[in-house]
Design a protein around this ligand. Structure first.
Ligand code: S3P
Length: 180
């Protein structure tokens, strides 16, 4: 029998790079499945009373990562029956990947760097992309992270060229197909 601590909680977790549509797809899934939606970046901003960009600028990325881990630990005690999207770098810590699997079915929104660039050019809310050559940065980060996203996921969907509804429908079909 599965240990209580190993048991998956009944949530759908969206992971993937910045701009992959985790929030918009999450809201769409929330509507289709009639389940509440939550987003960890938003929860951290609410907890801290500060924007993510301010946390990065004043406390640094590592402190932000600690807040992500602390939040996931709290959610494993409370989150049930939700759609949850998490920040693009959450999967970087192995500890977080274990927590995500405990929380539920993990869905990776796979995206090409050029699509991220098109979607996020001009965006000022992602501190990691505020640089001279954002496309190059996106390519580097995606190259470093792709295998980690794949490894962390139960299901993956290619989102390039799809709208949020099409992505949501594919997720639900793949989930059914995988019997999850
Ligand atoms: C980050 C992604 C952001 C946010 C922070 C760091 C990352 O979230 O958590 O800026 O490391 O990829 P989104 O993926 O929701 O943009």
């Amino acid at each position: 029998m599965q240990n209580r601590c190993d048991r998956k909680q009944d949530n759908l977790i969206l992971i993937g790079f910045m701009g992959s549509g985790k929030t918009t797809v999450g809201i769409k899934l929330s509507y289709l499945l009639k389940r509440p939606f939550a987003d960890t970046d938003q929860m951290i901003e609410d907890r801290e009373g500060k924007k993510i960009s301010t946390i990065f600028a004043t406390e640094g990325e590592n402190s932000f990562r600690d807040k992500e881990t602390a939040l996931l630990q709290d959610l494993t005690h409370s989150l049930q029956g939700r759609i949850l999207s998490v920040g693009g770098g959450t999967v970087l810590r192995e500890e977080n990947r274990v927590l995500l699997k405990q929380l539920g079915t993990v869905v990776y929104l796979r995206i090409r760097p050029e699509t991220v660039y098109e979607r996020l050019k001009g965006d000022s809310t992602r501190p990691l992309l505020q640089c001279e050559d954002p496309l190059r940065r996106i390519r580097e980060l995606l190259e470093a992270r792709s295998a980690i996203y794949e490894d962390a996921a139960d299901i993956a969907v290619d989102v390039d060229g799809l709208d949020s509804e099409e992505v949501a429908v594919q997720i639900l079909a793949k989930r059914r197909g995988a019997g999850i």
